[in-house]
Design a protein around this ligand. Structure first.
Ligand SMILES: Nc1ncnc2c1ncn2[C@@H]1O[C@H](COP(=O)(O)OP(=O)(O)OP(=O)(O)O)[C@@H](O)[C@H]1O
Length: 292
């Protein structure tokens, strides 16, 4: 059962010359799956993410296609029919996003509690102050941050913790889809692994689907159920992670795979076989830390 269906979506940047950044992309996101979107810089990954959520600003324009959301309650919404407040509400409620460097978008002069509470004040006005407080504490603990950090200001938290706060904020309203664009790229590798583990755990616990965007193919092979490979605005290959790794069809996918030595070396430690692969990778990072 799909939760999101992208049908022939095309997006142009209409600057001095027109760039066809996304070209008739069709994809379905199944309920509860992690779909990885891979491809080198400039291939259109972020434009696609912004297009799905209709966060594009001029000179970007959707020139064709549509995105349909199928709720777990059983109704469909064509996102192009939403505008203004409806669209904003929809974004937090049903589809939430975590973008690269999102942690830097926390307001430096407000405590974490105020920023988390804001989401509830705006979208769940029926909650009492006490209920909001409880929810905020629960949310922080959900992403592995102690609830006494609610009183902290952003600068008092590490980058990894701030990114966890952003993930908590994205999950506040129990969305059905989470779009993550390079959410861990700015973090060191140990923190990155911890956060990825958290995302896969939360996905199993809460059942949301994820579109995970990164140029880091080894990382995608670990965490994704399926992977779409994008090149010059087109999806050139889409398959389950293991098949894509073991039997890539498109020459570009083969090239992309061979550009990561960790994938072609003897160890092959990055091959995804579910949680175990992630644990192995984590153990390896732990050992590296110990060795240091
Ligand atoms: N504001 C803009 N005006 C004109 N062209 C743009 C604009 N933003 C992006 N593009 C072009 O659209 C194409 C897709 O860019 P996009 O940022 O979506 O790629 P990406 O795969 O997400 O890259 P990265 O991983 O570097 O973020 C590129 O050719 C880029 O140069």
């Amino acid at each position: 059962m799909s939760v999101l269906s992208i049908e022939n979506l095309s997006i142009d940047y209409r600057a001095e010359t027109t760039v066809h950044a996304v070209r008739e992309v069709s994809l379905t996101l199944e309920r509860g799956e992690i779909l990885g979107l891979a491809g080198e810089s400039g291939c259109g990954k972020s434009t696609l993410a912004y297009g799905i959520t209709r966060l594009l600003k001029p000179p970007a324009a959707i020139t064709g296609g549509r995105v349909v959301f199928s709720s777990r309650e059983g109704y469909d919404i064509d996102l192009s029919t939403l505008a203004g407040d409806d669209l904003r509400a929809f974004r937090w409620d049903k589809i939430a996003m975590v973008f690269q460097g999102a942690m830097n978008s926390l307001n430096p002069v407000l405590r974490i509690s105020e920023q988390l509470e804001d989401v509830f004040i705006t979208h769940r006005p029926e909650l009492s102050k006490a209920e909001r407080r409880i929810r905020c504490g629960e949310l922080l603990e959900l992403v592995g941050v102690d609830r006494n950090r609610l009183r902290a200001y952003p600068h008092e938290l590490s980058g990894g913790m701030r990114q966890r706060v952003m993930i908590a904020m994205a999950l506040a309203l129990d969305p059905q889809v989470l779009i993550m664009d390079e959410p861990t790229t700015a973090l060191d590798v140990v923190v990155q692994r911890e956060i990825l583990r958290e995302i896969t755990r939360l996905r199993s616990e809460l059942g949301f689907a994820v579109i995970f965007i990164t140029h880091d193919l080894p990382l995608l092979l670990e965490i994704s159920d399926r992977i779409a490979v994008m090149r010059a605005g087109l999806i050139v290959e889409l398959d389950d992670a293991l098949t894509l790794y073991t039997k890539p069809k498109h020459p570009y996918t083969k090239r992309l795979l061979s550009s990561f030595p960790s994938l072609t070396g003897e160890r092959g430690g990055f091959v995804r076989t579910g949680e175990i692969a992630l644990d192995v990778a984590l153990d390896e990072t732990d050992q590296t830390v110990e060795a240091l």
